[in-house]
Design a protein around this ligand. Structure first.
Ligand SMILES: [Ca+2]
Ligand SMILES: [Ca+2]
Length: 232
C-alpha cells in the first residue's frame, strides 16, 4: 500500500488538484537537508529554507577530522564542538518535520581522543507541548546505542585518527518535530569536562502534511477515484 506521502506526490493527484484549483502550498516546504557546510563559522543564526539554525551561546565553528566536516560551537571547553559549557545548536523548523536521518561526529570511544569515557550526545526534541530527550552513547570503536527509535550505524570509526561519525536513521520515529536541539550531557567524571563533546554533520527530514492539506488531499483522492470511474 502506498504511504500518504507517496500518494500525495503522485502526478495524478497533483494534476487533479491543480485542475480543481486546489492549493498544494503546504507541500512547498518539502523535505529538508542541512549539512555542516550550511552553517558558516562565525555566524550565530542561519535562516535556511524551512529551518532556522542557531548556535548558543557563541557562534558556529567548523572542525575537520579525518576529512569529515562538522560544526560545533566556538569557545567553551572545546573549540568547534558542542560541549558541556551550556552549548547548543538548535534547528527550528518552519513547520513540523519527521527527521529521517541525523549524523553526528567527534563522538569517540574511551581514551581515543583524550576522553576518559565513551562519549555521549544529548538531543532534545520539541513536539507540540512535549519535550523528549534522546541519548547517543558510544559503546566501542564501531558500535553505539541510541535511546530512541531508529537505528544507529558507524560512518567513521570512533578511534584515534578517524572522525567518530555516527548516522541515526529515523531517530525519532514518526514524531512531528518542531525544534531539535543538540546539547551535551554531563560526564560520569565531572573533572573530565571535555568528555561528551561533539559536532553536527548533517540531517534530513520529510514534511508532515498539515491537517488542511490532508483534507484537501482527501478531496483530491475522492476526485481521482471519481475520475477513474468515469473513464471506465
Ligand atoms: Ca565548544
Ligand atoms: Ca568529542
Amino acid at each position: 500500500m502506498l504511504s500518504l506521502n507517496a500518494l500525495f506526490s503522485t502526478k495524478a493527484v497533483r494534476a487533479f488538484a491543480a485542475g480543481a484549483g486546489l492549493s498544494l502550498l503546504p507541500m512547498s516546504a518539502g523535505a529538508l537537508s542541512v549539512t555542516a557546510a550550511d552553517l558558516p563559522s562565525g555566524e550565530t543564526v542561519i535562516v535556511l529554507p524551512g529551518v532556522t539554525v542557531t548556535a548558543d551561546p557563541s557562534s558556529f565553528l567548523h572542525k575537520s577530522i579525518a576529512g569529515y566536516d562538522m560544526v560545533g560551537v566556538a569557545g567553551g571547553y572545546e573549540n568547534g564542538e558542542i560541549d558541556l559549557d551550556d552549548e547548543s545548536i538548535s534547528f527550528a523548523f518552519d513547520g513540523p518535520q519527521v527527521v529521517t536521518s541525523l549524523d553526528l561526529g567527534a563522538l569517540f570511544a574511551a581514551v581515543e581522543e583524550d576522553d576518559l569515557y565513551n562519549e555521549q550526545a544529548r538531543v532534545l526534541v520539541y513536539s507540540g507541548k512535549d519535550i523528549y530527550e534522546y541519548i547517543l552513547s558510544v559503546v566501542d570503536g564501531t558500535t553505539a546505542v541510541w535511546s530512541g527509535p531508529g537505528t544507529v550505524s558507524n560512518v567513521s570509526p570512533a578511534t584515534f585518527g578517524n572522525a567518530a561519525v555516527w548516522s541515526i536513521a529515523n531517530p525519532f520515529g514518526n514524531l512531528a518535530v518542531d525544534t531539535m536541539v543538540l546539547t551535551a550531557i554531563g560526564p560520569a567524571d565531572p573533572m573530565d569536562y571535555r568528555n561528551n563533546d561533539y559536532g553536527f554533520v548533517s540531517l534530513s527530514t520529510r514534511p508532515i502534511p498539515e491537517p488542511g492539506t490532508l483534507s484537501l488531499m482527501g478531496l483530491g483522492l475522492a476526485g481521482l477515484a471519481a475520475a477513474g470511474r468515469k473513464r471506465k
